[in-house]
Design a protein around this ligand. Structure first.
Ligand code: F0G
Length: 454
C-alpha cells in the first residue's frame, strides 16, 4: 500500500492509485511493502547469495538487474512486466588517495555512475517505468537537472512510453541533454530553474494521461532503495559506520534511508549506518535548516518544521544539485536523523578539488558526486567521522556527464559566482591542475617532456 508520511493523517492508498502526494493532506507518500513478519529474511539472504548476477541476457531479470534481484522486497507481483536495461550491479571501489585526502585509513566509493545511462537514477526508473506500464500510462514526464531526464528518456523508450522532459534552459550539461535527445524524448526547455520546472510538472501531473517520474513518485524510491541491499551484500552484511551521499531533490538519501531501515526491520542488519547528506553551499536549504535548528538525532524528528524555507536562486557549478526547493526533504531529513547522521554543505572549491582527487583514484565522477569526498574531509576534520571509521560514499554520476567542468578545472578557467555560468566570476584554483601541454612533434621533445614529468 501507499501511505502518507504525515502520522497525523496516516491515510493509506492502493498501489494502483496514481497519486504522488496525499490527496487528503498534500504530504508526500511512501510505500509499505508489508515485509515485517511476512518475510523469512535469512532464507531470502541465502536465496540472493545463490542468485547469479549476470550482465548477459539470461531472460531472468532477477539475474540481469540489480533492482529486480531484490524483487521480494519490492511492491510488484512476480509476473509484473519488468522494465530493465541491466541496471545495478555497480562496483564498490577502494579509493586510497581519496581516503588519504579525507584523513581516513580507507574509503570505499559505490559508483552508481556505472548504470546504463551513467547515473543512479536508473535503478529508480526501472521500478517507476514498470509501474507506469502497469498503470496503463502513455506519457511519462519529469523535471530534471539532466540525469533524471536521460534516465527517463531511455527507460520510457524501452517500455514503449512517450517521454516528455522539462529542463531549465542553459543549465544542463550538454552530455545529459544529448542523451535525452538521442533516446528520442520530447525535450521542453523552460526559461527558469529546476524548481520552476518541478512546479510545472506537479501542475500537469493532475492530468490522468500523465505519469510523473520524479522522485516524488514513491516507486522511484522503491527502485533506488535497492542500492542499500546491494551495498550490504558487497560488504558481506557488515554495516559501515557512515554512508555519504550528495543531496539535491533528496530522493536518493530518502531511498537509501528506506532501504537500510527495511534491512533493520527484517533483522538482516542490527543497526543503521549514519546517513550523511552533502549539499553545495549555494543550494543548501536542508543543510541550513539542519544547522540552524541544531538537529542531531531521532529525538529531533518532532522538531522538523512543516515547511522548508527554499533557496530562491540556487547557484552551484554542480548543476545536478542546483535545487532550492527539494521535494523529498522531509523524508530525507527523517532518515538522516533516525540514523544519527548529518547534513552539511561544501564550497565550490572543496567540490572541485575533491572531484580531481577522485579522478586520481582512477575512478572519476561528476561534480555533484564529489560533494561526498569534500564533505567527508570536513566531517573528519571536525571529528564527526573517526579516522578509522568505515565509510562508503555514493558517487551518483559518471565523469563523462560533465566534461566541460573537468576541462575548465584542469585548464585553470573554472570560476564561480552566484548568478554566473562557467567562465565568469570568482576563479576556482585547480589544486590538482593537469593541463595539456603543447609539444613540438619530435621524439626529443616528447622524451624531454616525459623526463620533466618524472
Ligand atoms: N547527483 C547527481 C549526479 C544527480 O543527478 C542528482 C539529482 C543528485 C546527485 C541529487 O540526488 O535529487 O535524489 O537528492 N539529479 C536530479 C535530476 C535532480 O534531475 O537529474 P537527489
Amino acid at each position: 500500500m501507499q501511505r502518507c508520511i504525515n502520522s497525523a493523517c496516516g491515510a493509506t492508498y492502493g498501489l494502483r492509485e496514481r497519486i504522488y502526494v496525499c490527496p487528503r493532506c498534500g504530504e508526500t507518500l511512501e510505500i509499505d511493502c508489508g515485509l515485517t513478519g511476512r518475510t523469512d529474511a535469512r532464507a531470502l539472504r541465502d536465496e540472493w547469495a545463490s542468485r547469479p548476477t549476470l550482465r548477459t541476457h539470461s531472460g531472468d531479470p532477477r539475474e540481469t538487474s540489480g533492482v529486480w534481484r531484490y524483487l521480494e522486497l519490492l511492491p510488484f507481483e512476480p509476473d509484473a512486466p519488468y522494465v530493465t536495461l541491466f541496471e545495478g550491479h555497480t562496483p564498490l571501489f577502494d579509493a586510497p588517495r581519496s581516503a588519504e585526502y579525507c584523513g581516513l585509513g580507507a574509503l570505499r566509493l559505490k559508483h552508481q555512475g556505472y548504470n546504463p545511462t551513467g547515473s543512479f537514477k536508473d535503478t529508480g526508473m526501472a521500478a517507476a517505468m514498470t509501474q507506469a506500464v502497469i498503470s496503463g500510462a502513455h506519457t511519462a514526464v519529469c523535471a530534471s537537472t539532466g540525469n533524471t531526464a536521460a534516465s527517463l528518456a531511455a527507460y520510457a523508450a524501452h517500455a514503449g512510453l512517450q517521454a516528455a522532459i522539462l529542463l531549465p534552459r542553459g543549465q544542463v550539461s550538454s552530455s545529459k541533454l544529448a542523451q535525452s535527445l538521442d533516446y528520442g524524448a520530447l525535450v521542453l526547455e523552460i526559461d527558469g530553474n529546476f524548481d520552476a520546472c518541478m512546479r510545472l510538472v506537479q501542475e500537469i501531473g493532475d492530468d490522468p494521461s500523465i505519469y510523473v517520474a520524479n522522485s516524488i513518485n514513491p516507486f522511484r524510491i522503491e527502485g533506488q532503495k535497492t542500492v542499500a541491499f546491494e551495498i550490504m551484500e558487497q560488504c558481506n552484511w557488515r554495516v559501515p559506520d557512515h554512508l555519504v551521499v550528495p543531496g539535491g531533490n533528496m530522493g536518493n538519501s530518502t531511498a537509501l534511508g528506506k532501504g537500510f531501515q527495511e534491512l533493520v526491520d527484517l533483522g538482516l542488519i542490527d543497526h543503521l549506518p549514519k546517513l550523511n547528506v552533502m549539499q553545495a553551499e549555494g543550494a543548501a536549504p536542508l543543510a541550513r535548516l539542519f544547522t540552524n535548528l541544531h538537529l542531531k538525532n531521532a529525538a529531533d524528528i518532532q522538531r522538523i518544521p512543516e515547511k522548508l524555507e527554499p533557496v530562491a536562486n540556487p547557484q552551484t557549478l554542480a548543476t545536478a544539485i542546483k535545487i532550492g526547493a527539494p521535494l523529498s526533504w522531509k523524508k530525507s531529513l527523517r532518515a538522516v536523523l533516525r540514523s544519527g547522521g548529518r547534513i552539511i554543505s561544501v564550497s565550490e572549491q572543496e567540490i572541485a578539488d575533491a572531484k580531481a582527487t577522485i579522478g586520481r583514484d582512477s575512478i572519476g565522477c561528476e561534480p555533484d558526486s564529489a560533494t561526498t569526498v569534500a564533505g567527508i574531509k570536513k566531517l573528519v576534520a571536525a571529528g564527526h567521522i573517526g579516522h578509522d571509521h568505515e565509510v562508503i560514499a555514493v558517487l551518483t554520476g559518471h565523469a563523462l556527464k560533465d566534461p566541460d567542468y573537468m576541462i575548465r578545472y584542469h585548464e585553470g578557467t573554472l570560476s564561480f559566482s552566484s548568478g554566473a555560468k562557467h567562465g565568469s566570476g570568482q576563479p576556482l584554483a585547480g589544486a590538482f591542475r593537469n593541463s595539456p601541454r603543447r609539444v613540438e612533434a619530435t621524439k626529443a621533445a616528447i622524451l624531454s617532456s616525459l623526463e620533466r614529468q618524472r
